[in-house]
Every structure is written in structure tokens, then in C-alpha cells.
Design a binder for this molecule. Structure first.
Ligand code: PLP
Length: 444
């Protein structure tokens, strides 16, 4: 293909044709790929070659927490590229040392070290490996409604359908977590849901044999599964169960971390301190692939004399580390986490609550900061999830009106960058409300 003579919508069409012919896409039937081109982006907006732009209420895959093309992060990557673009991970490096310090500065004092990875999946992979080695136990308990990544063990720790075609790893056990709107426990209050989910978890641990369980691995707030903020007391209860049986608690903050919920880490809001934290996405807004495992002293020092049997060629890659340092500094200096909390509380929460009250398609809204789910139903009484073709219709209408939404199953997730302004949030919420009101009105 020669792209050189093309521009505008002709270039968009040529890019789509070339992409669909030669790129095998994730999680998709290749004959049914969306035709969406992103040529450039800035802040909360993305555009194609024809110049059509969309307000990004997806943060791509919920990762561009500082928005697109943050000048400070772009400059830091460019500067690092001029100094050192790659280095053996066994070598000490200034940028990596600074990145570890920056991440640790936002974690509780019990955290001592960071193991850097390329992304979220390999962060969970290594956290699981560490927990097994430190405890000498094998099993990992995680939640059915979860996503932890698509490498061997991480994908089997995953609770949703992505686990099933990949089930070749060992020792994974799943539980139901709290989700009052679709309670597995016949609960009617958050407190009942919390108590019963904890009872269920403890019974599963006991039945599996507590001495065989290395880790409980949970997303602090399950994200892709529907922004399922746990009720007060759930995570402290999980921590107690872990302690009672000598199990390590791993919290996956890949999606929820770095400002998304309106605090640096989602667990900051839940009065719990885990033993290991996995992160990726927001740590550098995905400008260069990076993730990591933050570990407390007990885990860190287990490998003082004993070899840690894991590693990656690009662990602590200089470009990724430069992006981490600049991202965290920008978040601190520009009060980006505070902005996420503020826009969430003052703009998103009231607008979505109002939408839920008036629109029969909206079964429930939930979230905090810039991490929200709008759960769409056929009927508010039966709570039957909105059919996939109707969700696709909602998605298509949002795109037509200039909003790039994030949809998953029967939900629209409202997940703009943490830098979203109140006006941008209002603009996107107004489009979403118009679309949902139109769809509900046409059905009535
Ligand atoms: N953990 C959570 C909570 C996630 O949301 C994701 C990705 O969406 C992952 C892990 C996997 O991260 P990655 O795609 O960077 O491997």
C-alpha cells in the first residue's frame, strides 16, 4: 500500500483496509472489526485523518490517566531517548531508581521494592510467582468477576470468559465477590452482601485447605467486570481472612490505580494494606508499555539470599521509566488525582444519578473519581441485561455525536482521563444522556 498520496477520509479508508488485511486483532472475530482510526490525540480528544474528533470517555483501555500527549511526559521520553534507549535490566540505572522511588512514595511505608514488568498481566504473573515462593504454597484465590491479564497464570486467575479457553495453569480457585445489584447471596443491603461474601470466601479457603493457599488476588475495584466498588468492610475482612490463614493479599491496581478512583491507589479508600500491589496502565498512562509489582519487606527480603526466579528483558526499560517519573511528577504538580476526585463528585456523580432516576434503561450507576459504570437493562424490575445489539446501537450513536465511549457487556463505563475538565465531563455526559434518552424514547 502507498499511503503517501492519500489524505483525509481516503487515508482513513486505506488505513482501515491495510490494518484489517494484515493485523490480527485482540479478542475479536477478524471479519467483524470496528472501522475506527485514530491518527492523533491531545488531552481528552482523539481524531482521525479526516479531522473528525471524539471526546475520549474511554481513556483508550482505561490507561491515559494524564490524557493524551501530555507535553511533560512526551518531553521526558524524548530526552531519555537522546541519552539511553535500552539497558540490561541487571544494570543499575538512574531513571529506573527514580521511577521506583516515585511509585513507592505513594504507597504505605511497608512497601520497600518494585519489580518492573512490561504490562499488567506479567505484573500479576510475577506477583503470583512471588507469593508461591514466599509461602511455599500453591493455590491462588481470585474472583469470578475479574480480569488480571492474558498471559498463562494471569489469564487463569481471571474470572471472566477469557479464562476458559486458556485453562492450563494450576492451582486457581475462584469466588464470588460482592455485587449487590446482582447479589449471589440473596443480600438486600451492602452490609449483608459484605458479610455473606466474606463468609463465602472464608469457607472456600477452608475447603481448599488453608495451608495450600498462597495468595488471595483481587482487583481492589473490579474494573472491566463493571466498576464493582466493594462495600465498606469487605477488603478489611479479606485482609483478616488472609492473616488468619497465613495467606498473602495481592491487590491488582492495574486499572484502578494512579488516580482513577480519585485517590492514588484505590485501596487508599478502603482501610486496607495489601502485601503486594500490581500496577501498569496509569503509572505512565501507557505512553511506553510498563507495569510492576510493589512488594512489602517480607516479600522483598525473601530474595535477599535466594535467587528471584523471574525476569524480563525490558524490566525497567529506560523509556518506560522516564515516562513513569514524568507522569507521576505531572500528577503531583498539576493535582491530577484531586481533579479526578473533584470532577467525579461534583459533575459525574450528580449527572449519572439524575440519568438513573429518569431513564428506564439505566439499572444502576456506580463508581468514584473518573471510574464509573452505567449498567443498562431491558427492564429495571427484572434487571435483564440490555441485549448486545442494543448496546452496540448506544455505542454507535455516541460515536456519531462525537463521544468515544467504553462499553463492556451491558454497560457503558464512564472513564475519561483524570485530567478531564468539568466542561468536558459535562459535554460527554450530555451526549450519553441524549443517546440513552433517544433509545429509551424509541422503545416506549
Ligand atoms: N489487571 C487489570 C485489573 C486490568 O484491567 C488489566 C487490563 O485491562 C490487566 C490486569 C492486564 O494488563 P495488561 O493488558 O497491561 O497486560
Amino acid at each position: 500500500t502507498t499511503f503517501d498520496d492519500l489524505a483525509g477520509s481516503e487515508l482513513d479508508a486505506a488505513v482501515i483496509a491495510a490494518d484489517h488485511a494484515r493485523v490480527l486483532h485482540s479478542w475479536s472475530a477478524q471479519a467483524h472489526l470496528p472501522s475506527f482510526v485514530v491518527a492523533g490525540a491531545r488531552g481528552c480528544r482523539v481524531w482521525n485523518h479526516a479531522g473528525t474528533s471524539w471526546l475520549d470517555f474511554s481513556s483508550q483501555l482505561v490507561n491515559t490517566n494524564v490524557g493524551h500527549q501530555h507535553p511533560r511526559v512526551v518531553a521526558a521520553i524524548q530526552e531519555q531517548a537522546g541519552v539511553l534507549t535500552t539497558v540490561n535490566p541487571a544494570t543499575a540505572n538512574l531513571t529506573r531508581a527514580r521511577a521506583a522511588e516515585k511509585v513507592l512514595a505513594h504507597l504505605p511505608g511497608t512497601f520497600e521494592k518494585i519489580f518492573f514488568t512490561n504490562a499488567g498481566a506479567d505484573a500479576n504473573e510475577n506477583a503470583i510467582r512471588m507469593a508461591r515462593l514466599v509461602t511455599g504454597r500453591d493455590k491462588v484465590v481470585s474472583a469470578y468477576r475479574s480480569y488480571h491479564g492474558n498471559t498463562g497464570a494471569a489469564v487463569v486467575a481471571t474470572g471472566d470468559w477469557r479464562r476458559v479457553p486458556n485453562e492450563y495453569a494450576r492451582g486457581h480457585v475462584h469466588v464470588f465477590g460482592p455485587y449487590l445489584y446482582r447479589s449471589e447471596f440473596w443480600a438486600r443491603t451492602p452490609q449483608e452482601e459484605c458479610e455473606r461474601a466474606l463468609h463465602h470466601l472464608e469457607r472456600v479457603v477452608q475447603s481448599e485447605g488453608p495451608d495450600s493457599v498462597a495468595a488471595i488476588l483481587l482487583e481492589t475495584v473490579p474494573g472491566t467486570a463493571g466498576v464493582l466498588t466493594p462495600p465498606d468492610g469487605y477488603l478489611t475482612g479479606v485482609r483478616e481472612i488472609a492473616d488468619r490463614y497465613g495467606i498473602l493479599l495481592v491487590l491488582d491496581e492495574v486499572m484502578a490505580g494512579f488516580g482513577r478512583t480519585g485517590s492514588w491507589f484505590a485501596f487508599d479508600r478502603h482501610d486496607v494494606v495489601p502485601d503486594l500491589v500490581t500496577f501498569a496502565k496509569g503509572v505512565n498512562s501507557g505512553y511506553v508499555p510498563a507495569g510492576g509489582v510493589a512488594v512489602t519487606g517480607r516479600v522483598a527480603h525473601a530474595f535477599d539470599e535466594r535467587v528471584y526466579p523471574g525476569g524480563l528483558t525490558y524490566s525497567g526499560h529506560p523509556l518506560a521509566m522516564a515516562a513513569i517519573v514524568a507522569t507521576i511528577e505531572a500528577m503531583e504538580d498539576e493535582r491530577i488525582v484531586e481533579n479526578a476526585a473533584d470532577v467525579g463528585a461534583r459533575v459525574i456523580a450528580p449527572a449519572l444519578d439524575e440519568l438513573a432516576r429518569r431513564n428506564p434503561l439505566v439499572g444502576e450507576v456506580r463508581g468514584s473519581g473518573v471510574f464509573w459504570a452505567v449498567e443498562l437493562v431491558e427492564d429495571p424490575d427484572t434487571r435483564v441485561p440490555l441485549a448486545p445489539d442494543r448496546v452496540a446501537d448506544v455505542r454507535g450513536r455516541c460515536l456519531e455525536r462525537g463521544l468515544l465511549p467504553f462499553t463492556s457487556e451491558n454497560r457503558v463505563h464512564v472513564v475519561p482521563p483524570c485530567v478531564v475538565t468539568p466542561d468536558e465531563a459535562r459535554e460527554g455526559l450530555a451526549i450519553l444522556a441524549t443517546v440513552l434518552d433517544d433509545v429509551a424514547g424509541e422503545r416506549a
